[in-house]
Design a protein. Structure first.
Length: 164
């Protein structure tokens, strides 16, 4: 009986540790672009801020046959998009924007159209500097464009106001 109590305590500690790590990354302003009938791919966008250096190493969604972390960038005069096979670094304390025309989540081989004003489940897989992985489960709103952000109130402190 004593052995099983220790085993249960160890299991609970492990669960709490993973949950605490998942809370290391804050996700804000998440949205996915709505699609039309027959469209097989779309993007999901968000801002990720990690308390400790972390890496976004994977993404999945039951609405897509394939989900990947992509980067769009200019190569000479051509816009190119490519998967990030080694993941996306999330430096400690720095907001990383996944947005149209930059880093984003690509949802491909869609099983059905993404309808405006619904949500889609998306799972982010993160890895800390020790190699420990954890997941964040999101319900991402679907829209035609980024949701309107509330303008800052007069006197509000914005981290983007400072040059580093």
């Amino acid at each position: 009986m004593q052995f099983s109590k220790h085993l249960i305590a160890a299991a609970l500690t492990t669960v709490c540790t993973v949950s605490a790590f998942a809370q290391n990354v804050v996700v804000t302003d998440a949205w996915a672009r709505a699609t039309v009938q027959g469209q097989k791919a779309t993007g999901a966008f968000m801002t990720l801020t990690a308390n400790d250096s972390t890496k976004l190493v994977g993404v999945s969604s039951p609405v897509a046959g394939v989900a990947e972390i992509h980067e769009m960038k200019m190569d000479k005069d051509v816009m190119k998009m490519a998967a990030l096979p080694n993941g996306l670094d999330l430096p400690a304390g720095k907001a990383v924007n996944l947005k149209p025309g930059g880093y984003h989540v690509m949802l491909m081989d869609l099983k059905a159209p993404l309808v405006k004003d619904t949500t889609v489940p998306v799972t982010l897989t993160l890895q800390d500097v020790k190699g420990v992985k954890s997941n964040i489960e999101l319900k991402v709103p679907v829209g035609m464009q980024a949701p309107m952000m509330q303008p800052p109130k007069a006197g509000d402190h914005q981290h983007g106001d400072h040059k580093h």
